[in-house]
Design a protein around this ligand. Structure first.
Ligand SMILES: Cc1cc2nc3c(=O)[nH]c(=O)nc-3n(C[C@H](O)[C@H](O)[C@H](O)COP(=O)(O)OP(=O)(O)OC[C@H]3O[C@@H](n4cnc5c(N)ncnc54)[C@H](O)[C@@H]3O)c2cc1C
Length: 358
């Protein structure tokens, strides 16, 4: 049983079904992926391989995002509070996120999973999953229901630390670089312009230095840059990495529900899908040959835990400078382009011991 058909849940369902399991994929939304609450940026497989070198078969995993690829963006342009910028070569692409999530769910269905939309899970109790359309039973329950996971709450697992973000589509002409703006325009986080061809995804996220109203910050960003932006949508982004425990009894947490996000850039699509595949595979190993479910926790930490931990360490360091534009400007100057590139990739920026995998 998979709760939530975002990138994490859809992927988990796809790989579990591929191994022959009977899989039920539930989502409360009427239409998968709608409304879009995302910057719609995906890291290219070449980058993902650099960051998480043990991964294999990314082409199969990432088939759906690549199918709805819009434009390639070869550079991340990082802006300081005073308007200096650093161009970091980083290969990514943009997607229509609603079509991407729908594509992943379709792959799961093509492998044999059953999908039920408009089905909100209200409680998980052991093998029982209680919804507005009745109660279902699953040998394994995968909670892929986002940062405010009902599944996690029901079984007493922790929610990841998360922070609000919002974005919209702006029409106009944009280059192919992805802009990230740091400073008090988005305290503790950053604002972005992610190009999508004849439009861009524009938005911002904040973190603990911000005590006001996110909407007013967002409106100011849009107004000052004279964007013709459509309706904004928002959500929460896990900002301090994975939770301590992602397995309890027959329940696994994956994606945002587990905090599977790179803390230095807020990106969760790639990691959610990587961990979704592991969740689907371990569920199949468990049902078909009795592998203990804690194996899931071991495997995802081995695959992505090190860089995610490094990302949290860098983010915690950056938090000392966020909130004060003068200090932040100086810190970014000191860091320089090369170290910024490492930070974005959740790689060590100073010599010293590696962060222990979270
Ligand atoms: C404004 C914003 C911009 C972002 N930009 C980017 C970006 O550009 N690139 C990137 O990589 N990441 C980005 N992220 C993060 C990224 O969106 C998430 O990391 C990613 O969606 C995680 O996938 P998921 O499957 O875990 O969760 P989700 O995509 O949130 O999917 C969870 C699913 O569970 C369903 N659900 C929730 N509760 C229930 C319930 N009780 N019962 C049934 N179904 C339920 C929801 O309807 C949803 O379909 C952004 C996040 C935000 C908020």
């Amino acid at each position: 049983m998979v709760v939530g058909s975002g990138p994490a849940g859809g992927t988990a369902a796809r790989y579990a079904a591929r191994r022959g399991l009977r899989v039920l994929l539930l989502d409360k939304r009427k239409e998968i992926g709608v409304p879009v609450q995302c910057g719609e940026y995906v890291a290219a497989n070449e980058e993902v391989r650099t960051i998480f070198p043990t991964l294999t078969d990314l082409e199969d995993l990432m088939e759906a995002p690549y199918r709805v690829r819009q434009i390639d963006t070869p550079v991340i342009r990082i802006w300081t509070p005073r308007g200096r910028h650093y161009d970091i070569p980083f290969r990514g692409f943009t997607v229509a996120r609603d079509r991407m999530d729908q594509g992943i769910a379709r792959q799961a269905v093509d492998e044999g999973a059953d999908l039920m939309t408009e089905t909100a899970v209200t409680r998980v109790r052991g093998k029982e999953v209680v919804t507005n359309h009745g109660t279902f039973e699953g040998k394994v329950v995968i909670g892929a229901d986002g940062p405010r996971s009902t599944t996690a709450r029901s079984v007493g697992l922790q929610w990841p630390v998360s922070a609000p973000a919002m974005s919209a589509t702006a029409h106009g002409t944009f280059g192919d670089e992805t802009d990230m703006f740091f400073g008090n325009l988005a305290p503790g986080g950053y604002a972005w312009i992610i190009p999508k061809g004849d439009c861009a995804n524009v938005g911002l996220g904040t973190w603990q230095h911000f005590r006001g109203n996110l909407r007013s910050l967002y409106d100011r960003f849009v107004r000052e840059r004279k964007f013709e932006a459509g309706k904004a949508t928002g959500g929460y982004v896990p900002v301090m990495g994975p939770v301590d425990r992602t397995v309890k009894g027959n329940v696994l947490l994956v994606g945002d529900a587990a905090g599977h996000v790179m803390a230095t850039n807020g990106g969760g699509i790639n990691v959610s899908m990587i961990c979704g595949r592991i969740a689907g595979d371990v569920s199949a190993d468990h049902v078909l040959s009795g592998t203990p479910l804690v194996e899931y926790e071991r495997r995802w930490r081995a695959a992505v835990g090190g860089p995610l931990a490094e990302g949290v360490r860098i983010k915690a360091l950056a938090d000392r400078f966020f909130g004060n534009d003068r200090l932040l400007e100086a810190a970014m100057l000191l860091l320089g382009r090369r170290r910024m590139g490492r930070a974005i990739r959740c790689q060590r920026i100073f010599l010293g011991p590696r962060a222990k995998a979270l």
